[in-house]
Design a binder for this molecule. Sequence first.
Ligand code: BGC
Length: 760
Amino acid sequence: MTKRILLVLLTSLAFAACEVKKKETSDNGQNSFIDSLMNEMTLEEKLGQLNLPSSGDIVTGTAASSDIGEKIRAGKVGGLFNINASKIKAVQKVAVEESRLKIPLIFGMDVIHGYKTLFPIPLGLSCSWDMDLIEQSARVAAVEASADGICWTFSPMVDISRDPRWGRVSEGNGEDPFLGSAIARAMVKGYQGDDLTQNNTIMACVKHFALYGAIEAGRDYNTVDMSRMRMFNEYLAPYQAAVDAGVGSVMTSFNEVDGVPASANKWLMTDLLRDQWGFNGFVVTDYTAINEMSAHGLGDLATVSGLSLNAGVDMDMVGEGFLTTLKKSMEDGIVSEAQINAACRRILKAKYKLGLFEDPYKYCDEQRQKTEIFNDEHRAKARELAAQTLVLLKNQDQILPLKKESKIALVGPMADNKENMAGTWSVAGDFKKSISLREGLEAVVGQGNVVYARGANITSDSLLEKRVSIFGKPTYRDNRSESAMISEVVKAAQGADVIVAAVGESAEMSGESASRSDIEIPESQRNLLKALLKTGKPVVMVLFTGRPLAMTWENENIPSILNVWFAGSEAGNAISDVLFGDVNPSGKLTATFPQNVGQVPLYYNHKNTGRPLPEGGWFQKFRSNYLDVSNAPLYPFGYGLSYTTFEYGDLSLSTDSLTMDDELTVSVKVSNTGDYDGAEVVQLYVRDVVGTITRPVKELKGFEKIKLAKGESKTVTFTLSKEDLAFYHQDMSFEAEPGAFKVFVGPSSAEGKEADFYLK
Ligand code: BGC
């Protein structure tokens, strides 16, 4: 061996040893770094770290922050959120150059479904059932946001909800905890990657912990009350999945849990989250959630702030209760210094993990800003994913896909509205850059083949319209009479082969503080649809919505309905891809559509009563039903059509009797029997026939999205073990019970092949 080779070998061994050491000491280094920093901090500076003012650029609560610059200089701010990205570097400079200890700020934002490149709203994304694409959407969002200075996102929102009156169903993943958990994992992975110290990953914040989606009557911020068993079996799994996936932070919810608002709920924030689930990141409140506990009836600001800290909350969003009251509460013995230190340490740890102490400007990268935000690659991804989220609800006479030679009459209040394509909670978006449906169609058939007429306002109620024309998403009210607008449309339709009607909700008719007691399509638009039907032309309804709607009339009368949610920056292109058949629709609903609002809450994984209706039945005296509507949904969970057809073979089980240590495989052959290549979401549900507590009639326990060329067949195999069959009991133990089970595999929660097995 030559001297030179030996030298290289020794050097590389030494280098490897040094790398290992660096890794070892970096964890220890974190603690000793934070210890020595905290030794230098005054109590006021520690409380400053717990304070999260808003930039004032976006205000969602009843209060806003003030004198932020002064407070940063005085060490009274831990981070900022929803700040216009162009200001981040300058604001960070104030923190690291003008405050005594030069502690960098953490910058958060509601990056909910994309940053500048907007993806479909989360409810839409969930309908793709494609975990890989969902993860990629979060990855793109992280790359873009981090190039612009943001290192922390208030996402994923994983609140299970069974109430479409609640506007925030648009921000979640629907009604199922199994699917919701898979999406929670995919989103956390997409944002945080494998390494938070990279400059293109950001810290996720799972929200709103907990149970926010179960608010009474679907009225935002309302009371929640449910049994522990329901919490654990039906609502908590997605939050836990995010924790298991390593989410860096958790946001409290506005609602109460077991009589105590989440932000003061020690059982929730400490016993469950930290002690049982092992969460070791930090907890931030929702916007002024601490202050709001006074209105909940828990006491004055000092009292609720003390309760919140003692419950295990670390950071106070906007309200400044921690900043202004905790010093005195400590002197009065209401909170301890140890608790303040613990909260401060957790926040400093997050900043350390993100690498902010090493380089406070690492997320402000002018080069990356130029090349990595809203670029062609990201837009192509958004288009691809958006097309996967569209759900074909009806397609009588195969009106769809449209022929590319068609002359199209395009009508409706959402047909030519770029600003509304993104949907709710799209803080950073430049809405004018979204592709409208009109642009999408024109790009395929040419401008001359699309005749546009508006036909109706979103609603004839101008006050309601004003309430939903906010956050830079105008609905462009047309002040002509309803009949004048309709006659224009009827004329426009004369020379057309097909009418495409873009109707439903505007983007801000769902989202925060956008609950509706009437979840039908507004009358102005229904009148338009009636007039369109009278023309005798085929009508395709392109449904924009942020929630399941009660659209029984539309389902009965309109031949073709494509639900497009709010599909993001590339909406118009993605919708056109599906309308013309370049992409075969494969989205499946993740929230039940009721026949009318009176059936709400209506969800597939319900319990049986002691007086169930026979399947498919309607009214029977002294049975659990309504006089005026059947129990069936309009469209069930898991439902969605394709341009092709799929046939399911019989189920084949590896055994019909398994022990607690066995695994059961369930296989089914799925064949594409129609005329188009397509994709199908194959869904597996289980029913535990006899239990020591009542069990749901069906629960999703597996799914796989498969692509099948026309004429092709594939066998899909699922594996079930006792963990999949386990549930929480009255004593909160989590285990499977021996006994009979049914397994169903099919294209939705309402259809499929069935088999029986026994767990010994
Ligand atoms: C919402 C949160 C959001 C926060 C910060 C609140 O009003 O409930 O979801 O993350 O504002 O913008």
